[in-house]
Write a protein of this length. Sequence first.
Length: 229
Amino acid sequence: MARFLKWNRKMRLSLFSYVVCFLLFCGGCATPIEELFPVRGQSPSRIVYVVSHGWHTGLVVLREDVPPDVWPEISDFPHARYLEIGWGDEGFYRAEKITAPLCLKAALLPTPSVMHVVGFDQPLEEYFPTSSIIQVELTEAGFDELCQHISDAHARDDWGQAESLGRGIYGNSQFYRANGSYYFPKTCNVWTARGLRRAGCPIIPSIAVNAGNVISQTRDFGHVIRDAK
């Protein structure tokens, strides 16, 4: 039995190593996209933030920086200075109570997804007093790509209108119907990482399945405002 347990442990470690290597291979090298990400000595044109709430990460942008023709839903938050955006499983996101069956369903079965957008005016450290916050510098072109990533996540009708699903879970917020199904490893955190990658950041989305990995990777190229370990 001891020999079997030892062999089983080695097999699990080997399998884990293979999976990690495969994900790294699929994700490519964590190098910046030069035409989008600021090069050394170049002044950034836009600032965005990555916020981690423990299990979930979101993107925060300044509303005034967003091109309204790219992401028209900013008009739903006319008085907000900041907008926090997250993508995730509809049932989990909108549940009044988080249960084990709900978590398993979200992780194992393809489920409908939603966008959650929050508008606020307070400084980030005040509005998110216990969250990790990392500031990321982008070029204007990189920021436009990030806004397009956010806009593309909205499910739209034939007239290009996003479907509002009502009030969000905190503050001045709304849910919107989103494109794509949620399932592991296609998590909310991978969506955040994909947005950063599309903006030119040196991040590997395929391994960013949890919030900790998103923060760990973003820490390497961003400025840490708060690291709530």
